[in-house]
Ligand binder design. Sequence first.
Ligand code: FCB
Length: 458
Amino acid sequence: MSPQIAFPQGFLWGAATSSYQIEGAWNEDGKGESIWDRFSHTPGKISDGSTGDIACDHYHRWEADLDLMQSLGLQAYRFSITWPRVLPEGRGQVNQAGLDFYDRLVDGLLARNITPFVTLYHWDLPQALEDAGGWPARATAEAFVDYADAVSARLGDRVKHWITHNEPWVAAFLGYGMGVHAPGLRDFQKAMAASHHLLLSHGWAVPVIRANSQDARVGITLDLTDVVPASPSPQDYHAAREMDGFLNRWFLDPIFGRGYPADVIAWFGRVHGARVDFVQEGDMDAIAAPTDFLGVNYYTRHVARAPGDDNLPPTITTEDSEFTEMGWEVAPRSLFRLLNRLHFDYQTPAIYITENGAAFPDEVSEDGRVHDDRRLAYLDAHFRAAHEAIQCGVPLRGYFVWSLMDNFEWSFGYTKRFGIVYIDFETQQRIVKDSGLWYRDVIARNGLDGEPDALPTH
Ligand code: FCB
């Protein structure tokens, strides 16, 4: 029977991971050190004191993991490449053994009829490049192009979907501005320069990837959110607009050819004393290189409020809402609003949701299964929101659940589980959670049941 909520034919269902979060093998086969190796090895940086040295041991277990993906019926798999596996020093001599791993992985995916979506940069910068200045230095953008060239030259005959960067906002502002991600700096001037060089490296890499990979589809993945004012007051509207500028428009505007938004430049100056002194002639054209799709990572919305005398934070939480283990509000309606906004404000080409999912404190039950009802409900609600957006004309082409498996959640270590597959990090045993079994059915039916208009109001 066809499902009540049916997705378009050819809609691509997948799951996502990233290299540092799952691979392990941090110093094998000639791999160089990354900024995440350095950061996680620094005491006090990761909440549970853990590292990604072993993680899910995917580097050694990849074949069994591919079989698992196939058993779930995944049609696509988004993974990232470890730059210092390919170029241990960040540039120069290519380490073929590092590329061999991804070569085998791609062949294994294709043999199982799973379309690979490759992310070139999911935050594991070679430490050697960080030592030379990292993303605040323009030379890092140049090095990225060589790296993109090496990878796409090797895999471009088989990989046809390329994502240059994952969440440059996080890489720049959490890494260089707030210090909670590698490399752990707290300098907004550097963070702003980093954001520019990340975007620039994206723009420069697009034609290089196209040259190496015939008929490739190339895009970038941004972490985007829906910012709503806490009240209808003009002050809260203004606060929401500022936050939207920092979180969304700072990246969307230049990618879609509008340059950096003037109000956000002014805001950086006013709030952080940071200047735009890193843009050179031709940069904005390079950043606006036409792409084939936009990758959207969506987890939660933000409710913005104007600063008052009460010293409350700039976002508030709504009392009747549900929150995940990350403290993120469950807000599927905002995914619908965000997708429409992207379509109408930016006329985005195709869109893929490249990450969406939730962390909950999962446990293995006596029956040996993981009954993660809340994750299942989260995904169900967000799939509905996506479907509703498609009905409004949004060119949404596919959906990657974050994550295929529990993994190293950055500064939270192994304390946050996002997988649809449970990992016992002691034994490396994998258990498909209830949400994974349910997702397998959604994929098989290309849809789900239920009232199409049953979306919550936020
Ligand atoms: C995103 C990251 C991803 C994962 C999820 C929870 O910001 O891209 O690696 O950590 O959040």
